[in-house]
Design a protein. Structure first.
Length: 707
């Protein structure tokens, strides 16, 4: 449709185009003036400029020179071909040939699918992807340095960002009617040059996330296939239409023919077509690329119809497909924007000054018309045993589990407050005195229970609860992160898992230290109380020393410990709360994804999905079998993760209660211990008086006893 043309035709009417400067965009010349072209290239870096045509009424501009219809020269074009020649290594010359097309058409694509269990290969052209003005293509031929005409040594064919080299000395080159005129096959619309004809020369693929029974969308180049009648449209070189290009340094204003000024322009030969998210489907083609045919509908090829819907070509009322279309459109436009960029001219080509070695497209593969999907794509069978199809797993009751978690946590907090209040009311009574005999009794059972049994039981229960919650939380989370790593790339899930494991271990270590410290503090309280009991009974001669020093000093140390301990305990509690949030997020995301995934499977029964929608795994499942993949995201392990985190924070609520009660008991004991020295001295005076000692200060004794 778009053929080789003469560069001269582009500038026949200067008023038909303009020259612009980029960054910022501003008009450089309101006419397509050859002198302005050269000046713009010589004054600043050439890539800062481009020219464009007024395409409102371009009669014949886009389509290039026509082909002759005269007998003997039918299907022959005399459009000019431009070249330059350079000296290359090992006594060779390289001729670089440049073909100018005034317009580049839409990108050629293939849709390879197994819609409804039947393999389908649809060729289509989608615009405006790939559409732009001014397309320069070409090929390079290496020959021996000789005055005599000789067979080329090698030929390089320019193909977009790649080039393919054929070795003519090894019989890889095709010639036309002799041994030295090389043949190149121009691709439909894109004009990339190939050494052989082919229906599909795949140079890249478009990966569409979470796609249906689509094996691939192939971006291809199509050339004419070998015809028995050999009636090709050909560009035949001659002395008149093979024109040599000057070296840019030789082009000077006033000394060079103005018609050649374009050779020095190194900006873009046209304005790139503005892309949009609602392209128009131009046409579909037959398998042999010779006929334009009607595109498949949703009955003959539902996959292709769905592809078009996702690309925004065909409208749909399905909300899921519309949502996917916005994602796919956003993914496709950046890919094709580069393909829709107008190129620079010959002097900016790398091969202008040196031979380019072969650098084929990474996805280079020739596809024959009858084996396209068999050779290139994985052919999948969607024949399944309907008796063993996986059933949809019930959605997780996220709302019920979260409400239950909140109710349980609030209940535990209330219970802890009640326990703390009960312990506070005991006031930590240390010593009892018999009112009849005045005899000092041993410390009460409640104090013994608190210091020997209660604190130990609480800490053991907490550690068991916290460790059980930790393992119940960590193991399912590990499996969940593995699932994310398998299907979603871009995040170091393994590293994240190790980090969370380290944080969890840190929490347990802090909790263990707090528990041990509470137990040691409780034991110290009991020991100090027993010491005072023995001191009171006169069973220790250093009564005054103990009474005045040891009790106060011991509590000061304990008091400072509690300040540090509560700081760590608060940090541990905050991290436990984060674990609950993580558990809730895991359950919530899994449930939402499972629901959406299962709903999609239900609406698109009989099609295939690619599980590697974001990640490295390319595992495709067809039809209802994909339900297995959906079920992976909604299993009991996610609930274990949530309730494991709940166990962790419940244990921390208990630990806060125990630590708070222990601290209050220590504080109450301290205030009572402060009174012991005075009480003990008064008791000594009383004993002296009972023994008949002469005590002059009886009033003091009575006041001390009363106090």
């Amino acid at each position: 449709k778009y053929f080789i043309d003469t560069v001269k035709a582009t500038f026949d009417d200067p008023k038909r185009g303009r020259i612009y400067k980029k960054d910022p965009l501003e008009l450089y010349d309101d006419t397509l003036n050859l002198t302005s072209l050269l000046e713009s290239s010589q004054s600043v870096h050439t890539k800062d400029y481009f020219f464009t045509h007024n395409l409102e009424n371009p009669p014949g501009y886009k389509y290039g020179a026509s082909f002759s219809t005269t007998e003997g020269n039918a299907n022959i074009s005399d459009a000019p071909i431009y070249f330059n020649v350079i000296e290359t290594e090992q006594n060779t010359w390289t001729f670089n040939y440049y073909f100018y097309y005034t317009w580049s058409g839409g990108v050629n694509m293939d849709s390879v699918s197994s819609s409804g269990g039947k393999e389908s290969h649809t060729s289509f052209t989608l615009s405006p992807f790939g559409v732009h003005e001014g397309d320069w293509e070409g090929m390079s031929i290496m020959v021996c340095q000789s005055k005599e005409v000789s067979q080329p040594l090698a030929i390089t064919y320019q193909q977009h960002n790649w080039q393919e080299t054929t070795d003519c000395t090894n019989g890889e080159c095709i010639f036309y009617k002799d041994t030295h005129h090389a043949v190149g096959f121009s691709a439909l619309h894109s004009h990339a040059t190939y050494p052989k004809p082919s229906y599909d020369n795949v140079y890249t693929t478009v990966e569409v996330p979470f796609f249906f029974d689509l094996q691939a969308i192939l971006v291809t180049d199509r050339t004419c296939y070998l015809r028995e009648d050999k009636t090709y449209n050909m560009f035949k070189p001659s002395e008149k239409n093979v024109l040599r290009i000057q070296n840019p340094s030789e082009i000077e204003i006033g000394e060079t023919d103005e018609s050649l000024y374009w050779q020095g322009f190194a900006g873009q030969w046209g304005k790139s077509t503005e892309l949009n998210s609602t392209p128009k489907l131009e046409f579909c083609m037959s398998k042999d690329q010779t006929k334009i045919i009607d595109c498949p509908d949703d009955k003959t090829n539902p996959t292709f119809a769905l592809v078009m819907q996702l690309m925004g070509v065909n409208k749909t009322n399905d909300e899921i497909v519309r949502g996917a279309a916005s994602i796919v459109g956003a993914a496709l436009i950046p890919i094709f924007s580069k393909a829709s960029s107008s190129p620079t001219g010959p002097i900016m080509k790398e091969h202008w000054s040196k031979w380019r070695e072969s650098r084929s497209s990474p996805l280079w593969k020739k596809l024959d018309k009858n084996t396209a999907s068999n050779e290139y794509c994985r052919v999948l069978s969607i024949v399944t045993d309907t008796g063993n199809l996986p059933e949809k797993r019930e959605d997780i009751d996220v709302k019920g589990n979260i409400i239950g978690m909140i109710v349980l946590c609030v209940g535990i907090v209330i219970l802890n407050i009640f326990i703390l209040q009960c312990r506070v009311k005991l006031k930590g009574v240390l010593l009892y005195i018999d009112e009849d005999t005045g005899e000092v009794l041993q410390p009460g059972r409640q104090l013994w229970f608190d210091t020997h049994f209660s604190a130990i039981v609480y800490t053991i229960w907490f550690m068991g609860c916290a460790m059980a919650g930790f393992f119940l939380f960590a193991i399912p989370l590990h499996h969940y992160l593995e699932l994310l790593e398998e299907h979603i790339s871009g995040i170091e899930w393994h590293t994240l898992g190790i980090f969370m494991l380290v944080v969890g271990t840190f929490i347990l270590v802090i909790d263990a230290l707090v528990c041990v410290s509470i137990w040691i503090s409780s034991q110290g309280l009991w020991n100090k109380t027993m010491q005072l009991y023995h001191l009171y009974r006169g069973e220790d001669e250093d009564a005054d020393l103990y009474a005045n020093n040891i009790c106060s000093l011991s509590f000061n140390i304990t008091h400072r410990f509690f300040i540090i301990g509560f700081s760590f305990l608060f940090l541990s509690l905050m991290l436990a709360a984060v674990a609950v949030l993580v558990g809730a997020a895991v359950v919530g995301f899994s449930a939402a994804f499972h629901h959406a995934c299962s709903e999609t499977v239900g609406k698109l029964d009989g099609v295939c999905f690619s599980k590697g929608f974001f990640g490295p795994v390319e595992d495709i499942k067809c039809g209802p079998e994909f339900q297995k993949f959906c079920n992976e995201w909604a299993n009991e392990q996610t609930l274990y993760c949530l309730w494991g985190s709940v166990l962790i924070i419940i244990g921390h609520f208990y630990l806060v209660g125990v630590a708070g009660a222990s601290y209050y008991q220590q504080k109450s004991t301290k205030s009572m211990l402060d009174m012991i020295p005075k009480y003990f001295s008064a008791r000594q005076y009383q004993l002296l008086s009972l023994r008949g000692e002469d005590i002059n200060n009886g009033e003091l004794i009575e006041s001390l006893l009363q106090e």
